[in-house]
Ligand binder design. Structure first.
Ligand SMILES: [Zn+2]
Length: 304
């Protein structure tokens, strides 16, 4: 790969271009987000890009799917995006597939992949991809947009999954919202830019920098604070609990410990401020010990 193309980023302290050029990324969805994330992946110099989308380009896509032209209408999105990306750098290996992502092929799609990018437009596929990323322990960069907002975050085994975030069960292929979703180019560019930043941070972290965004950073164009970070906790009863219990229960134990120590800290802080009368309310530890003792008593009674 020409060194000159990337010379303005390889001069950044700690930057390891080979990590990007050796990476294998699967991007699902080649629409508005996919177009702008695709430009970003070429810009970063990601060496192997696998594109998946079963849609055809339509005229109403062209206001925001910036790499597609009038002549592309009626063609497959994945194939057209591959062509446009290779025009920007022919040395990058771009592969296109226009099959639908399903339960039957998802496992194969994620084989030998370092990172997955979610530019999907329906809840069912998001949940499917998120589940497989947990199983294979592959980081997932998630993005979502409409004309009046958006969101971005990196999903791993240590965060809430996309089924925690989108718990609703939708009919297969149903879009994230039931009505037609209006779309403008700039919200795609803003969210796609943040997604590409997360890709770089996961694959090529720099010393001393803030790590990738945990779920989720929200974009609110109609609020004075355009960006608001809201940590999303794992949802009780979500399928990721069962998966992790099978695959890596230590993560759930660690999460429970962290949650307890945070509650203890909050409790202590409130006691110091006099908000809680410590003589009347047991500490979190006592509360848990109390519950354990009660359940032991119950089980010993049941044993008798
Ligand atoms: Zn979950």
């Amino acid at each position: 790969m020409s060194e000159l193309i990337y010379s303005r980023q390889t001069c950044i302290e700690g930057w390891k271009q080979e990590k990007l050029s050796n990476a294998r990324i699967l991007m699902i969805g080649c629409g508005a987000l996919g177009n702008h994330v695709g430009i970003g992946l070429i810009g970063l110099g990601v060496g192997n890009i696998f594109l998946y989308d079963h849609d055809i380009i339509e005229d109403h896509n062209l206001n925001r799917q910036s790499l597609f032209c009038i002549e592309d209408i009626g063609k497959k999105k994945s194939e057209s995006l591959k062509k446009r990306l290779n025009e920007r750098n022919a040395r990058i290996k771009v592969y296109a597939n226009s099959d639908k992502v399903t339960e039957d092929n998802i496992s194969l799609l994620l084989q030998n992949i370092d990172l997955v990018i979610d530019c999907v437009d329906n809840v069912e596929t998001r949940q499917l991809v998120s589940r497989e990323c947990i199983i294979k322990d592959i980081p997932l960069v998630h993005g979502g947009i409409s004309w009046d907002g958006g969101q971005v975050g990196v999903i791993t085994r240590k965060t809430a999954c996309l089924s925690c975030i989108f718990p609703q069960k939708k009919e297969p292929g149903a879009p994230c919202r039931d009505e037609i979703i209006p779309g403008v180019v700039y919200s795609s560019q803003i969210i796609a830019g943040l997604m590409v930043e997360q890709v770089r941070k996961v694959l090529n972290p720099l010393p001393g920098e803030l790590g990738p965004i945990g779920p989720l950073l929200y974009y609110y164009p109609n609020e004075p604070n355009h960006f608001v970070y809201k940590p999303i906790l794992r949802r009780l009863g979500c399928e990721c609990h069962d998966l992790l219990e099978e695959l890596n229960p230590e993560i759930l134990e660690q999460e429970a410990l962290e949650k307890k120590s945070k509650m203890d800290a909050d409790n202590n802080a409130m006691q110091q401020l006099g908000i809680i009368d410590s003589s009347k309310r047991p500490s979190i530890q006592e509360d848990i010990l109390e519950k354990k003792t009660t359940s032991k008593k119950k089980s010993s009674k049941a044993g008798k």
